[in-house]
Ligand binder design. Structure first.
Ligand SMILES: C[S@@+](CC[C@H](N)C(=O)[O-])C[C@H]1O[C@@H](n2cnc3c(N)ncnc32)[C@H](O)[C@@H]1O
Length: 325
């Protein structure tokens, strides 16, 4: 049986104990809501791929997804104490395929991110969308379902009188329900049970930028399908697709797990591996790195610039450490 360190006991006193925490080392901390009962509905749809958990609290769903082979999870949690507790759980479970951001998912960022060609397999909006102003929640929702094949969501029951944001969740439920299927129902701490839903889509056409802040107006046009094997396939592209997230798209955020230093080491090591075979590698850039289930991968480099490019591995390290280019 593992031990709960004092700094985590202290953090637990400072935040609403929303999710029950259950770790492989036997640690169990009771919360207002269990995760496993809701995870059982979601689990059959999760295969290897990139997932986003919005309002991830103590990381219950993030950990379950991350334990499935071939997955990467980007986890957003606004509350610093909840995020600190989640970070500890990820360390305890030794999960190295998660990027945890402590900060609110900003609507403007999300809409920009969804304009990039980032192949996200699924997103979780579990009891979170009613925390946004209703117009923002609807924009986030629309952007997600235009780009992501599996959109999971849960809101307080429309008849719930105790949950906050009643007008918002009533309005959202009526809109979101139209395109979704109900996966199941679980108890809630605020009153009537809550439904877990899935909105699925299989074919997409992206007119997206390759990464956030791409300095050219060049847009990638990709016809993309998400087949029955839960795998992306892209027309007119001859390279194999890596599961993962473009590191650059997240570097402007408050990433608290893994550490910036670890990400920088991983980024530099990924390029060093390429340089071993191709000594004249140029176009070393943070947006050419993908954080994958099996470490960092370089997706692009050049060998033809004849030494004109003076961006070095040290620049790359600084860029990952600071989030600036
Ligand atoms: C009601 S709890 C739901 C937790 C979890 N998704 C679940 O269903 O078990 C909402 C969580 O979202 C976090 N949160 C609220 N607004 C957020 C935002 N804009 N971005 C990220 N997290 C947010 C809160 O701190 C809280 O941990």
């Amino acid at each position: 049986m593992g031990q709960i360190p004092d700094h985590i006991k202290d953090a637990l006193r400072k935040v609403e104990n929303y999710q029950t925490i259950q770790l492989d080392n036997g640690i169990c901390i009771d919360g207002k809501r269990t995760v496993y009962d809701r995870w059982e509905f979601i689990e059959p749809i999760i295969a290897g791929g990139l997932y986003v958990d919005v309002g991830s609290n103590f990381g219950g769903f993030t950990r379950y997804i991350a334990k499935k082979p071939g997955t990467v999870v980007v986890s957003f949690e606004a509350n610093p104490w909840a995020a600190k507790i989640q970070k500890w759980t990820l360390e305890e479970e030794g999960l190295d395929n998660v990027i945890l951001i402590n900060g609110p998912l900003q609507t403007a960022f999300f809409l920009d991110w969804m304009r990039c060609v980032e192949l996200i397999d699924g997103i979780l909006f579990m009891s979170i969308l009613h925390h946004f102003p209703v117009t923002h929640a609807l924009s986030i929702w629309k952007a997600a379902r235009n780009n992501i094949p599996n959109v999971f969501w849960e809101l307080p029951n429309p008849s719930d009188g105790a949950a906050c944001g009643r007008e918002t969740f009533q309005k959202l439920t009526s809109v979101l329900e139209e395109s979704s299927v109900r996966l199941g129902t679980t108890p809630s701490h605020t009153g009537p049970p809550r439904n877990v839903y899935l909105d699925q889509k299989w074919s997409f056409e992206f007119y997206g930028k390759n990464y956030l802040g791409c300095p050219t107006d060049k847009m990638s046009v990709k016809k993309v399908t998400y087949g029955t094997a839960n795998k992306w396939s892209v027309e007119m592209i001859d390279r194999s697709l890596h599961v993962g997230v473009n590191l650059w798209n997240l570097l402007g955020h408050n990433i608290i797990y893994p550490s910036r230093e670890k990400l920088a080491d991983m980024g530099v090591a990924a390029y060093q591996k390429v340089i071993k075979n191709e000594p004249h590698v140029e176009d070393i850039r943070p947006w050419n790195l993908i954080f994958t289930p099996h470490g960092m991968k370089v997706i692009d480099y050049a060998t033809i610039m004849n030494g004109q490019d003076d961006y070095t591995l040290e620049h790359l390290r600084q860029s990952i450490l600071t989030g600036k280019y």
